[in-house]
Write a protein that binds this ligand. Structure first.
Ligand code: ADP
Ligand code: MG
Length: 266
């Protein structure tokens, strides 16, 4: 069976895409899934956060986009149980220019992920692919949205949260009407929520008003453990399972799976 492909996208930087990719993947794995993260950001924060040093990235998402490796060839195992990664390198910065003139430029990742079921963890095929996007609506992000079954949007609980959202929703709509008609929105996850800050609460209320049930019940709190963990090359769930951030990502994973069941049934 083909794994479900979820893209984490928001053209703003620093909203929690990578933190969500790493910790949601770990949480999904903790409840029985086998997860492949595709790092599509030249910054490579997801790769680093999973403990993969720069010298360990022999094959990368660059090779996928240029058809120089299959996904099974490009994958690296991580120290996180049941989580594998296709890491990224700075080479990704050049990919856009290299494929810009190609007819299939938006479909490179989709093509490469056709064989995602061949990626085995402990001898069994992966069940989820999470794609971590760069902070831009560039060709890399378009490849990720074209390849996905659904998109998961992290939004930071801050004043300008809604500002970029409409542009992102427009892009998703465009992709739907052209490159990927089946693309759905898995949900919007509010991140860095600070309960001592009235603004956080206000933003949450506004976004729920705008986006309704698309917003997950689970809200990710601002939690220093989540920001410390990457410097140890670990997801927060392996660094401090009991912290509020880890617990929130476990709840989010349960919600994501519940929604996937509904989307599949629809
Ligand atoms: P993006 O991938 O969207 O650029 P990141 O996930 O890298 O965003 O997060 C940006 C910064 O905020 C990072 O330093 C990260 O450790 C920190 N961060 C993310 N989520 C939280 C959170 N819930 N609480 C505290 N810090 C967070
Ligand atoms: Mg990131």
């Amino acid at each position: 069976m083909q794994p479900r492909i979820l893209t984490l996208a928001n053209q703003k930087g620093g909203v929690g895409k990578t933190t969500t990719a790493i910790n949601l993947a770990t949480a999904l794995a903790a409840i029985g899934e086998r997860v492949l993260i595709v790092d599509l950001d030249p910054q490579g924060n997801a790769s680093t956060g999973l403990g993969l040093g720069r010298h360990q990235r022999e094959r990368s998402s660059y090779d996928l986009l240029l058809n120089e490796a299959t996904v099974s060839e490009a994958v690296s195992m991580t120290s996180v149980p049941n989580v594998a990664v296709v890491p990224s390198t700075m080479d990704l910065l050049g990919v856009e220019l290299m494929i810009a003139a190609e007819r299939d430029r938006a479909f490179r990742l989709k093509e490469a992920l056709r064989s995602a079921h061949e990626v085995l963890i402990d001898g069994k095929p992966v069940t989820y692919v999470l794609i971590d996007c760069p902070p831009s609506l560039n060709l890399l992000t378009i490849n990720a949205l074209t390849a996905a079954h659904a998109v998961l949007v992290p939004l930071q609980c801050e004043f300008f949260a809604l500002e970029g959202l409409s542009q992102l929703l427009q892009t998703i709509e465009q992709i739907r009407s052209t490159l990927n008609p089946a693309l759905s929105i898995q949900g919007v996850v509010m991140t860095m929520y600070d309960k001592r800050n009235n603004l956080s609460e206000q933003v949450l209320t506004d976004v729920r008003e705008h986006m309704g049930t698309l917003v997950y019940d689970t809200v990710i709190p601002r939690n220093v453990r989540l920001s410390e963990a990457p410097s140890y090359g670990k997801p927060a769930l392996l660094y401090d399972l009991k912290c509020a951030g880890s617990q929130a990502y476990l709840r989010l994973a349960t919600e994501v799976i519940k929604r996937e069941r509904q989307l599949r049934a629809a």
